[in-house]
Design a binder for this molecule. Sequence first.
Ligand code: CAP
Ligand code: MG
Length: 411
Amino acid sequence: MDFVRIGEEFDKDNYLIADFYIETDDVLKNAGELAKESSNGTWTPLKTSKGYTSSLSAFVFDAKELYEIDGNKAAYIKVAYPIELFEDNSIPQILSDIAGNILGMKIIPRVRLVDIEMPEKYVKTFKGPEFGIDGVREYMKTDKVQRPHIGTIVKPKVGLSPEDTATVSYESFYGGCDFVKDDENLTNQRFCPFEDRVIKVLEALDKAESETGEKKLYAPNITGTNMTERAQFVKDHGGTCIMVDILAAGFSKVQEIRDSNFKMIIHGHRAMHAAMTRYERQGISMSVLSLLSRLAGIDQMHIGSVVGKMEGELSEVLKNRDKIVSELYGLNQCFPVNSGGLHPGHIPEIVQFMGNDTIIQAGGGIHGHPDGTIKGAAAMRQAVDAVIEGVSLEEYAKSHEELKNAMEKWG
Ligand code: CAP
Ligand code: MG
């Protein structure tokens, strides 16, 4: 079994290709060990290998040394994995393989899964987003206007009662938000039980829809140990959207929810991603996690905001975006979500690099507005209107007090 086959030609339709950044003392030798450990080998030759198991060997087909670092050589390597190694429609199994043991091998002190490319026949085993950008727009009736959606996260993150959560949600919707969501750390705590909250916020949503004539969406966070039951509860009470903390809950749960065909929009929060993505020399890139989330069936996905409070440069956020919106064998596009420390003043810049197909979310940037939530939501919508009309925020603010007051506070 040869795990290093530099320059070998092979049929890309039958392989998953993974790009890794590694730091190690002997690039080719240890890259081969990585390919071996992540397919059909281990640290020592095996008496139990059979002739037929050799067809499942992964192999390194490209390696580029970059520079010396901490006494090792940094390199990019490409590994080809025979597609038979992977179970159909299973993100957990892919992760245990190409992002499993190999991220902790002593002989490769640093390793990061940077990118993956999959052949059509494997991509097609996944359901992908049921709604995606087009489906969400159709449901929200914004398919004709094609403006960015405005979302909010009820704040404070935790602590409000179901009644107060519903009031804040109503005010957000009424003021102009399309979308209201729970925060990532709000699930089913005693101070705000899930079922009570869902019932009350959905009532608030109905009221806001009838008063504004606009479609509204609420994403209760179903993350927990009985997510299917929680999703069913939302469905039974007329909800059309659910939220999942993808990484905290795990991809298997996300896929189970998607595969259960609830026909509800799935909003994906990426809390915890930084444990894998933040340190550039180790872990898994956010663009890989973005792609996996799309395959798993997430309809709306947090990808970073560049200008807000969370880390993530423009090039990285655009890569994440690319993974969830670019053509992928007919799979639906996933709606990108920009969030984290945003306020109306950020909207022109976000639309400039994201285009109109984005959901712009503000928590503090709405509920911290000097005149409260309704005006805060209105200011966000006014900023979107200004951008769509091609007017500067400063100009628009002259005749829109909510925007003016937001800009006075946050710039
Ligand atoms: C934003 C937020 C989101 C972050 C997550 C928060 O609130 O609700 O969880 O956007 O980061 O808790 O921070 P604010 P990302 O608008 O008040 O900042 O989208 O980068 O995953
Ligand atoms: Mg949050």
